[in-house]
Ligand binder design. Structure first.
Ligand code: 5GP
Ligand code: MN
Length: 322
């Protein structure tokens, strides 16, 4: 059932104890959405627990309050909220807990911005926009909770992450208006910019050089792919979370419409990140392999050796090129 954020705000205010879940391999929008909502609810006297199944990425270790996030709930709750999550499977190991809650008739709420989300909770609010934190900001305002510096900084973390620092093609007036409001509330945009888009460990810089030296082009240069093997990561002392943003580099090469990174997640299992520049629909390409996401950014998993994975992907991408 599609609900308004106002109705959801009322439902949240009536809760006593809320569990907030977000997607596996969380990014700044997932973590920002969850922590901002948690803080707002606590300020209204509602207890919360925030859960994400995965280890938190190394580039987000600077975020204050990460210790609040656990891998699963440790106590009972009477409402379960999923933020920035397009389907139950994206919760990873937490999907079991989610279905358990549903069986126990605990109300579930989804607040999301992915085009591939068709609703999976008791109350769903799904509307595409640049970042899910924009919905959370509206929700917090409806709840009547304060916009303090810390809440504003969580929301700005999400807004900057998912809007590509106010650069993606879904960035609109609302993004800038919210950005202005958050900066006014005290969020440190300069610090966030540095932490999210500039700062990097030496291992990442080294890996970046090696990976970009091997960009592969297909279909007259309209499709570019990079391969981030486990072996390369080990050679550089890097971990998967250090590859955030790598796929933007091949995308920005002149003439490229679709870019993909293939990151070796486990032996024979590749985490695919897809980005498109102007017309190809990334969510549809990822959807062929059971994944999803947004029109310009999506992801899925592929299985097999790297050449098999690349063959499959380049064949599929070809169907979506003009
Ligand atoms: P990234 O490439 O940065 O990991 O993800 C880009 C976008 O695609 C994100 O919005 C993310 O939620 C979505 N996405 C990434 N991997 C998957 C996947 O395996 N399944 C689905 N449904 N969405 C994904
Ligand atoms: Mn998001």
């Amino acid at each position: 059932m599609e609900n308004s954020l106002k109705q959801i705000a009322d439902r949240l205010r009536r809760a006593k104890s809320v569990a907030i879940f977000s997607h596996m391999n969380p990014d700044g929008d997932a973590i920002g959405s969850a922590l901002a909502l948690s803080r707002a609810l606590e300020s209204l006297g509602v207890t919360t627990q925030v859960c994400v199944e995965s280890d938190l990425p190394s580039n987000l270790q600077f975020v204050e309050g990460l210790e609040k996030i656990t891998k699963k709930p440790s106590s009972a709750y009477d409402l379960l909220v999923c933020v920035d999550c397009s389907e139950a499977q994206r919760l990873g190991a937490l999907s079991e807990e989610f279905f358990f809650a549903k069986r126990k008739k605990i109300d579930t709420v989804c607040i999301d911005h992915h085009v591939s989300n068709h609703g999976f909770c008791t109350y769903d609010f799904v509307q595409t926009c640049a970042a899910n934190c924009m919905h959370i900001a509206t929700l917090i305002a409806y709840m009547g909770a304060p916009f303090d510096k810390k809440t504003a900084e969580y929301l700005l973390l999400g807004l900057l992450t998912d809007s590509g620092n106010f650069s993606h093609d879904d960035v609109d007036e609302a993004c800038f208006l919210l950005g202005a409001k958050l900066v006014k509330a005290g969020a440190d945009i300069c610090k966030l910019n540095y932490e999210l888009f500039k700062k990097q460990p030496k291992q990442r810089a080294k890996l970046f050089g090696k990976v970009m030296g091997g960009i592969r082009y297909y279909h007259e240069g309209k499709f570019a792919a990079i391969v981030i093997s486990k072996q390369l990561m080990d050679e550089c002392g890097a971990d998967p979370s250090m590859t955030e943003g790598f796929v933007d580099f091949p995308l920005n090469v002149d003439g490229v419409e679709v870019a993909a990174s293939l990151m070796e997640y486990k032996k024979g299992q590749w985490k695919i990140s897809l980005r498109t520049k102007t017309y190809a629909e990334a969510n549809k390409i990822a959807g062929v392999y059971g994944g999803g996401g947004h029109v310009r950014a999506a992801g899925c998993m592929l299985f097999g050796d790297v050449e098999e994975a690349l063959d499959k992907l380049s064949y599929t991408v070809y169907q979506y090129l003009e």
